[in-house]
Write a protein that binds this ligand. Structure first.
Ligand code: NAD
Length: 476
């Protein structure tokens, strides 16, 4: 059962939208209605802005230790409720319970990491040219933050923003995705119970374009952050220019996977088959362009397809499910379009390529071979369970193809040759490179893209810095 009442959190109070508008929240596995998601009106958003301004004044004056104590307590509450929050996450997003539980555990860890690092937001003292002058650099919270997150990681997308902003001493208004609101609401309750002062965290839902343009037009938020598509990121960054807000953008990607001739193929395929279909491929770092050396191409394809056919598909709450549904009906149409286009341009469909089941938004894990670079799927982020394969023979033209897109988020390389690994790492235009390893997202390490995949990093020390500004004081 879906056990969360969806409400707005404005100035420490949980409530419905003042104009009574709402939308239905659907279970993507059954298409049943789980709850109603209230929409914030313009008046509600103005209240949230005023609350964030007031909350910032209170929160920035707390000592780092006081902030740590509240955030660490919230992390403890998230941990204690992980099973019930994971169930909410699975019902609204569709991913298997095991993946959801892992995401909640990650969220508690990430929040703890940020809380700890908030105690170490050191400045520095610079030797002066003038006798008797002390030159000091302080790190200050940047101010109230407006944050927007997508539905694919309902917990970790949200906590990366809350953890960074709150540990730095900022207040925040967050609009989590309307498709997955319950996880963020459950987190909000943990922060409230941990003693976060009113107005420091505000949660709103509504029409995304209306909410984001209203919040960004206000001079109150000093920073804007989005986890979402490149198209929306560009829009929000343009809107932010009018008041020159800092932008932290975690956007789309189109990750190349390069499998060199000497890769440990069985291990590589085990890793890739598991990682590619995680969250039904709806992951910004999901491998989406498979470049395999021509000498091992047939072998790799056979091994990959064999593994893919064994993936157990079902509702995320069902025991043994390895891949759940996609988030919404519209995504199934996008998958069909990408497959049809690739086949029309010369690719061969090896498995999948169609919607499955009459109810729920299930799409079969799909493998395409000999996909030409001109197929749409080789340049448009598929964001779904499709793996397009192509072969290569020459390193230089491979790198040209791998770096040919405006994206630069994740990339993966498989080889046992250290020198070749280094050469490939160095040439890839990407914010993150996994070499014989897919686990590129941890609380301690920076997560972010370059070029049109975004600007700035979340997690790690970098994730805290994004929410801080510098003040220089010269004192005689
Ligand atoms: P979409 O762009 O319609 O929505 C993605 C998310 O952005 C939603 O949660 C939505 O509420 C939000 N959004 C949309 N317009 C907004 C606006 N003007 N202001 C603030 N938020 C806004 O796409 P979709 O069909 O839901 O998902 C598919 C695409 O989204 C993919 O192609 C992928 O690139 C992108 N996406 C990226 C990530 C990521 O982690 N980088 C996550 C989810 C979706």
């Amino acid at each position: 059962m879906y056990n969360e009442k969806i409400e707005l959190l404005i100035d420490g109070k949980w409530r419905q939208g003042s104009e009574g508008k709402s939308e239905s929240l659907l279970d993507p596995a059954t298409e049943e209605v789980l709850a109603a998601v209230p929409h914030a009106s313009a008046a509600d958003l103005d209240e949230a802005l005023a609350a964030a301004a007031k909350g910032f004044k209170v929160w920035k004056k707390k000592t780092a230790i006081e902030r740590y104590n509240i955030l660490a307590k919230a992390a403890e509450l998230i941990d204690a409720r992980k099973d019930e929050i994971a169930k909410i996450l699975t019902l609204e997003n569709g991913k298997p319970l095991g993946e959801a539980a892992g995401e909640i555990a990650f969220s508690a860890e990430a929040l703890r990491f940020y809380a700890e690092e908030g105690k170490r937001a050191y400045g520095r003292i610079i030797p002066s040219r003038t006798p008797g002058v002390r030159q000091m650099v302080f790190k200050e919270p940047i101010g109230p933050v407006a944050a927007f997150t997508a539905w694919n990681f309902p917990a970790s997308n949200v906590i990366r923003k809350l953890g960074g902003a709150l540990a730095a001493g900022c207040s925040i208004i967050i609009k989590p995705a309307e498709e997955t609101p319950g996880t963020a609401v459950a987190f909000g309750r943990c922060f409230q119970e941990a003693g976060l002062p009113d107005g420091v965290l505000n949660i709103v839902f509504g029409d995304p374009a209306f909410v984001s343009s209203h919040l960004i037009a206000s001079p109150i938020p000093k920073a804007v952050t989005l986890t979402g598509s490149t198209a929306v990121g560009k829009l929000l960054q343009k809107q932010s220019a009018d008041t020159l807000k800092r932008c932290l953008m975690e956007l789309g990607g189109h990750a190349p996977v390069i499998i060199h001739e000497d890769a440990d193929l069985e291990k590589t395929l085990d890793l890739l088959a598991a990682f590619k279909f995680r969250n039904a491929g709806q992951v910004c770092t999901s491998p989406t362009r498979f470049y395999v050396h021509e000498k091992i191409y047939e072998h790799a394809l056979n091994g990959f397809v064999e593994r893919v056919k064994k993936i157990k598909i079902g509702a995320g709450v069902d025991e043994g499910t390895q891949m759940g549904p996609m988030i919404a009906e519209r995504r199934l149409d996008v998958m069909d379009g990408l497959v049809a286009d690739a086949v029309e341009k010369g690719a061969t469909l090896l498995t999948g390529g169609a919607r499955i089941a009459n109810k729920g938004y299930f799409y079969a894990p799909t493998v395409l071979r000999d996909v030409p670079d001109t197929a749409r799927i080789m340049s448009e982020e598929p964001f779904g369970p499709i793996a397009p394969f192509t072969s290569f023979s020459d390193f230089d033209s491979l790198m040209e193809r791998a770096n040919s897109l405006p994206y630069g988020l994740a990339s993966f390389v498989f080889t046992q040759d250290g020198a070749l690994a280094r050469k490939t790492e160095e040439e890839l235009e990407a914010g993150m490179v996994g070499v014989n390893f897919m686990g590129i997202s941890t609380p301690e390490t920076p997560f972010g893209g370059v070029n049109e995949s975004g600007d700035g990093s979340e997690s790690g020390l970098e994730g805290l810095e994004e929410y801080m500004r510098v003040k220089y004081v010269a004192e005689l």
